[in-house]
Design a protein around this ligand. Structure first.
Ligand code: ADA
Length: 574
């Protein structure tokens, strides 16, 4: 069964996959079903990770269902259940007792089971992909909100109630010498206790003795130096395992592993620096979407997508518009793909939408889970928030400000950004470290030239806070219906017209002295909510360079030409 990661995060801590065929109980009528009343429903079966839209009868179902499976616990012990993603809101019941709730399809969560007994258990996951007061972020959108367990899940047996929740590594380089700050979060499902914590990284080791471990959890930290390590960059994405062991009375009772890379990412005036050198990022916005898998994309398809990124010469991914599957981030770590990872938000254009009663709490939770879970990923070189939200109002500004402050507090080591389309009235340009602009010249805007447009955008916003900070063109492109060719007229929606749109944009953006990067909208066509259909033929966003089955469109060769040419002039910092 697919592991939640591309490597084992535990050797001592025993894990057991919960992936596989689950029952999926739907209401006989309507869209509501209570978890304990699952037996009154209609039973389907589904291979998880999976979404119910994979079942023909539920291709457009928006409502509730109860995913159900039995599992056998091999032994009695404290335990945890990890879900890497449930789309999009769920309540979890173990043997009929509610043990947890989670909102948002795109961030992992964990459930504590202090006293799991050996033998058979019933796990119920009550899932909703509904829209409305349930969610400020999962709304009818220009991508589709699926229903299911969209990412891997596993059971973890703890040898001791005390365990390692995570270890965060922040690499630093002073005078050419690498060091790192390591922070470990420890917690116990039992009573307060003490233990020794051993941290190992790149051949170095340090022990923190007699650490107190409390039920609500706490952190300890250590600084370590590394005289002989290789830096991480896209040319040589050197990874190292950080390994933590918790010892009680000399016995190793828990362990936790992750991979890190020695690299720094910062801004210096108008430049984004990777290991102290200016870097130009070029790649795609990619939705986690596929006709066969919905947003529960298997690793094999994640891998194929990144192979297409590399074939076109891309060195970067923007995780529009939500935190990505950790196997994608692990792959980007391994292959040296730079990532703009962003929290979950799209289309909250107006103030009313960010005044949804649950907006602040749901954003705060996604930000915390995104940064906490993805902290160590060397591929992530910036944190993005709130794509095209109400950054033109004072209320919106307060929301951007509080979220940037939250993210900086969680991780001061990375620059922040957001993508705006408020070219004339954005009031938040002073807040991020990097300015991102979504601009559709030659598509939505077909008067004037791309060059005049970006120069006017820069001139207008330099006086509004964007001065002396890097700029990225975070979205641009045009639509093409797969297979629609019109070489003579180059009509809108033809592959020829999309190719022209990209040529005209890339000619300017790839060479503009003020620009530090491009993310084409978008990598692949993606399914959208029916409400968008009038502007989205096939109820698809057709701006992909490949279609939803990853079949290349005419523009594929143009993008490849520009990216492969540019990469010749890129030298990454060591
Ligand atoms: C916006 C938005 C994208 C997509 C795009 C489009 O910039 O950020 O999610 O909707 O427009 O295709 O128009």
């Amino acid at each position: 069964m697919p592991s939640p990661r591309l490597f084992d995060q535990h050797v001592i801590r025993q894990t057991q996959s919960l992936d596989g065929v689950w029952e999926l109980w739907f209401p006989k009528q309507g869209t509501q079903i209570e978890p304990q009343k699952w037996a009154d429903g209609v039973c389907e079966t589904l291979l998880m990770p999976g979404v119910w839209e994979q079942l023909p009868a539920y291709k457009t179902y928006r409502g509730q269902a109860v995913a159900r499976r039995l599992f056998t616990a091999k032994k009695s012990s404290p335990a945890r259940i990890v879900f890497k993603g449930v789309s999009h809101t769920c309540r979890i019941l173990l043997d009929g007792k509610e043990i947890g709730f989670h909102h948002n399809a795109f961030t992992p969560f964990t459930l504590d089971i202090p006293d799991l007994t050996a033998g058979e258990h019933e796990l119920l996951v009550h899932i909703s992909n509904e829209h409305g007061e349930i969610s400020a972020l999962h709304i009818p959108n220009d991508y589709y909100d699926y229903g299911g367990i969209n990412r891997p899940a596993e059971l973890q047996y703890l040898r001791n109630p005390a365990f390692i929740e995570w270890v965060h590594v922040t690499p630093r380089r002073v005078g050419g010498r690498w060091s790192a700050n390591l922070v470990a979060k420890l917690r116990t499902l039992g009573d307060t206790t003490t233990a020794d914590l051993v941290l190992k990284l790149a051949g170095e080791e340090t022990t923190l003795s007699g650490v107190s471990i409390v039920p609500k959890g706490g952190t300890v930290e250590a600084d370590m130096t590394f005289p002989d390590v290789t830096s991480w960059n896209p040319d040589h994405p050197q990874l190292y395992f950080v390994e933590a062991e918790l010892r009680v009375g000399g016995d190793v009772v828990d362990d936790w592993r992750d991979r890190i890379g020695f690299r720094t990412t910062e801004v210096d005036g108008e430049k984004i620096l990777l290991n102290g050198q200016p870097v130009f990022v070029m790649g795609f916005n990619r939705h986690e979407d596929h006709p066969d898998w919905g947003n529960a994309i298997p690793y094999e398809q994640i891998w194929k997508d990144i192979m297409l990124f590399r074939d076109m010469g891309a060195n970067a991914l923007r995780t529009c518009h939500y935190p990505n599957d950790e196997r994608m981030l692990d792959l980007c770590d391994e292959l040296g793909i730079l990532v703009w990872e962003e929290n979950h938000a799209r289309g909250l254009f107006e103030e009313a939408k960010i005044k949804h009663p649950k907006f602040r709490e749901q954003c705060e939770k996604v930000n915390e889970e995104m940064v906490t879970e993805h902290f160590n990923r060397p591929c992530i070189i910036m944190w993005g928030i709130l794509n095209e939200c109400a950054s033109h109002t004072e209320y919106g500004r307060e929301r951007y400000k509080e979220q940037f402050e939250q993210i900086k507090a969680l991780d001061p080591s990375r620059p922040t950004t957001y993508a705006s389309f408020r070219y004339d009235d954005d009031v938040c340009q002073d807040l991020p470290d990097i300015a991102g602009w979504n601009r559709y010249t030659e598509w939505y805007k077909r008067d004037g030239t791309v060059e005049d447009d970006i120069n006017a955008l820069i001139e207008r916003n330099e006086t509004r806070g964007m001065k002396d900070k890097p700029l990225i063109m975070s979205e641009f492109g045009g639509g093409a219906l797969p297979g629609f060719h019109d070489p003579v007229r180059q009509a809108l929606w033809s592959e020829e017209r999309q190719d022209i749109v990209l040529q005209k944009n890339l000619e300017v953006y790839m060479n503009h002295p003020r620009n530090s990067g491009v993310f084409i909208w978008q990598f692949c066509d993606c399914r959208v909510d029916e409400g968008f259909a009038m502007g989205r033929p096939r109820t698809y966003n057709n701006k992909g360079i490949v279609d939803e089955y990853r079949r290349p469109k005419l523009a594929y060769g143009t993008v490849q030409k520009f990216f492969r040419e540019k990469v010749k002039s890129i030298r990454y910092g060591e």
